[in-house]
Design a protein around this ligand. Structure first.
Ligand SMILES: Cc1ncc(C[n+]2csc(CCOP(=O)(O)OP(=O)(O)O)c2C)c(N)n1
Ligand SMILES: [Mg+2]
Length: 617
């Protein structure tokens, strides 16, 4: 098959990507032969809206239910804007769209076959939902008209109310009954998905609708008249109250949570914290939100609140939450059973997405002043409104990776040190970190230094999200690097083929402890509680005997495979080689055999309670 070397999308804007002028890598594209004009079909009307919405890519796994739409993208649109990205599993279609948005803040589409493809995609849809990331999921059913169904297959692949499979963790869904209604459904879906709190949407296109022949093209609605509203500002009175609380505070703290990727908003957060002399905490579940080496950044970012973070929160008398995920759980960790003494300011529109099925809204936090706005909107208004406070004495910062304990053999800490050394001054975007990562292993100084986790803690999302993010990073000059667990990598690993096929540069370093190790810790906890042998914790958890050859697994899909690296002395050199290859355009996987073990804060977060808690993944 011919892979065209023509680049078909604009590179990421330099403002977001860090100012690099580097040439965009060409993206492989399957180029169709020209199709004669003449006929017009229901699915052509749908494809026209995808282009009008400026959807850059549609990740898909094919199926007869949407063969009409598939034909329209190839032969009506010429496989451009959107360009198809073929995936080997539906979970990866949505994960790629998820990762793409996390970097580019631009919505992609994913197409999944009937009920079965949607079932495969559902885990990734849940992740995008929890991460408040818009994805336009297109599916199909039918034919709804039973008289038109083929025997057997069309019956098992048709469900009544197909959207019901995912309705509890999407913002909206529809199953339009005509091409004109389908066009409106697509516009509404995009509008809702991109309005905060953002999230995935699902449009189910009846096979009969797609394959109906139309006499003439439908007139295309003007997509510019269906765009999301300008983000709302919070009430002035609420800004004034929050500003007074912050200005009068003895020791304010900012919890920088779910915020945007723009550099202007990043600078505004820094300016607000500096004007207030407020300490800041960030979170490893979310993308980089504040420079971790800034003197005001008070404790290394963590997945579960660390003891140091809890101490900093206890010292604060005013807490400003910038859409911090799980504010209630964080306060509970810091205060225990005691009442929250500090005044709490919440900046978030997330309550608009809190519903009955999923508990991803987390606990109900006590709030004294709620600014119903996105943090990026509220921060500049707060900055204008607060008084300058005298900055407190600031602690000395540690160097990146300095606290990663060096030891015998390979650990995630030594992997982190080696990676920092091999990367040197090169800009990278970290697309995934393993659960065993310590928040002080590496600093983040730019909104694209780290894109956060997957929202729903659905293991297997790592490779897909990394590939989507790497796609968005092409031409940015930033090296896309994901450091994943072996369990996460193997569960979603068939995504690699898509990266290799479309020539998407990406480095995946697998912190391979040959185990679903997180759950070994759980078995250990249960064994201790029951007085049973802890030595058995590995049974039903270890991914060994045989060890999976991850480099071969990568090579089998057309990526470059390195390792297994088993000795610390070999690691820096191998990583340097893989970094160079990735910078040259390759998709690379490095298998690093690390000893099993979790960073202190993460391990204590996992094992904190005697009974399983909702916080355990
Ligand atoms: C879809 C899904 N299945 C299972 C889990 C439970 N789970 C949480 S962490 C984990 C182990 C992940 O293994 P790996 O990526 O190798 O990381 P490690 O714990 O070994 O560092 C599992 C199975 C989950 N969160 N999501
Ligand atoms: Mg593992």
């Amino acid at each position: 098959m011919e892979i065209s070397k023509r680049a078909v999308t604009a590179p990421l804007s330099p403002e977001k990507a860090g100012g690099s002028e580097q040439e965009s890598q060409p993206l492989g594209r399957e180029e169709p032969v020209a199709s004669p004009a003449g006929s017009y079909w229901g699915s052509d009307a749908v494809a026209d809206v995808l282009r009008a919405l400026d959807v850059p890519f549609i990740a898909l796994n094919p199926g007869a239910s949407y063969r009409g739409l598939h034909d329209s993208i190839v032969n009506h649109l010429g496989n451009e804007r959107p360009q198809m990205l073929l995936c080997l599993h539906e979970e990866n279609t949505v994960a790629i769209a998820h990762g793409y948005y996390k970097v580019a803040e631009r919505m992609m589409a994913a197409a999944v076959h009937s009920n079965v493809g949607l079932m495969h995609a559902s885990m990734a849809i849940f992740n995008a939902w929890c991460d408040r990331v818009p994805v336009l999921v297109l599916g199909a059913t039918g034919p709804v008209d039973a008289a038109k169904r083929r025997p057997w297959i069309d019956w098992i692949h048709t469900s009544r109310d197909q959207g019901g499979l995912v309705r509890d963790y999407i913002k909206w869904d529809d199953q339009p009954a005509s091409p004109a209604a389908a066009q409106e459904a697509m516009l509404r879906a995009a509008l809702l998905a991109n309005t905060a709190p953002r999230g995935p949407v699902y449009v189910c296109l009846d096979a009969g609708l797609q394959e109906s022949r139309l006499d003439a093209p439908l007139s295309l609605p003007d997509a510019s008249r269906f765009v999301p509203p300008v983000p709302a500002e919070p009430a002035r009175e609420a800004i004034a109250r929050a500003a007074k609380l912050l200005s009068d505070a003895r020791q304010p703290i900012v919890l920088a949570g779910r915020v945007g990727r723009s550099i202007a908003a990043w600078k505004a957060r820094v300016a607000l914290a500096e004007k207030l002399g407020a300490r800041v905490l960030t979170d490893l579940k979310q993308a980089a939100a504040f420079p971790t080496d800034h003197p005001l950044h008070a404790a290394p970012p963590a997945t579960f609140l660390s003891p140091a973070g809890a101490e900093v929160i206890r010292q604060a008398d005013v807490i400003l939450s910038l859409d911090w995920v799980d504010l209630a759980g964080t306060l509970k960790t810091a205060y225990g059973a005691a009442a929250v003494k500090a005044k709490v300011i919440q900046v978030s529109v997330d309550l608009h997405s809190h519903r009955g099925w999923s508990m991803d809204h987390q606990g109900l936090a006590p709030v004294d002043c709620h600014l119903l706005a996105e943090p990026d909107v509220a921060v500049s208004l707060l900055h204008e409104a607060v008084r300058v406070r005298t900055a407190m004495a600031l602690p000395q910062k540690t160097a990146p990776g300095a606290s990663a304990p060096a030891g015998d053999g390979l650990t995630v800490a030594t992997l982190a040190q080696a990676f920092n050394e091999a990367l040197g001054d090169r800009d990278a975007c970290i697309l995934r970190l393993p659960l065993s990562w310590g928040g002080d292993y590496r600093h983040f100084r730019h909104p694209l230094d780290f894109i956060g986790y997957d929202g729903g803690a659905g293991i297997g999302s790592g490779p897909g999200i990394a590939i989507g993010a790497a796609l968005a990073l092409r031409g940015s000059g930033r090296l896309p690097v994901a450091i994943t667990g072996d369990g996460d990598f193997l569960m979603g690993g068939a995504a690699l083929w898509t990266a290799a096929h479309y020539r998407i540069p990406l480095l995946i370093i697998v912190a391979n402890n040959r185990s679903f190790f997180n759950d070994e810790l759980h078995q250990e906890r249960v064994a201790r509680e029951r007085g049973r042998p802890v030595e058995n914790r590995w049974i039903g958890q270890r991914i060994a005997d045989p060890d999976v050859d991850l480099a071969l697994f990568a090579r089998s899909q057309g990526a470059a495979g390195y390792g297994p690296v088993e000795r610390p002395e070999a690691l820096v050199a191998t990583l340097r080689q893989a970094i160079e290859a990735t910078a040259g355009g390759a998709t690379c996987v490095v298998d690093v055999r690390v000893a099993a073990g979790y960073h202190g804060a993460m391990a204590s977060g996992m094992l904190r309670t005697g009974t399983p808690s909702a916080k355990d993944s």
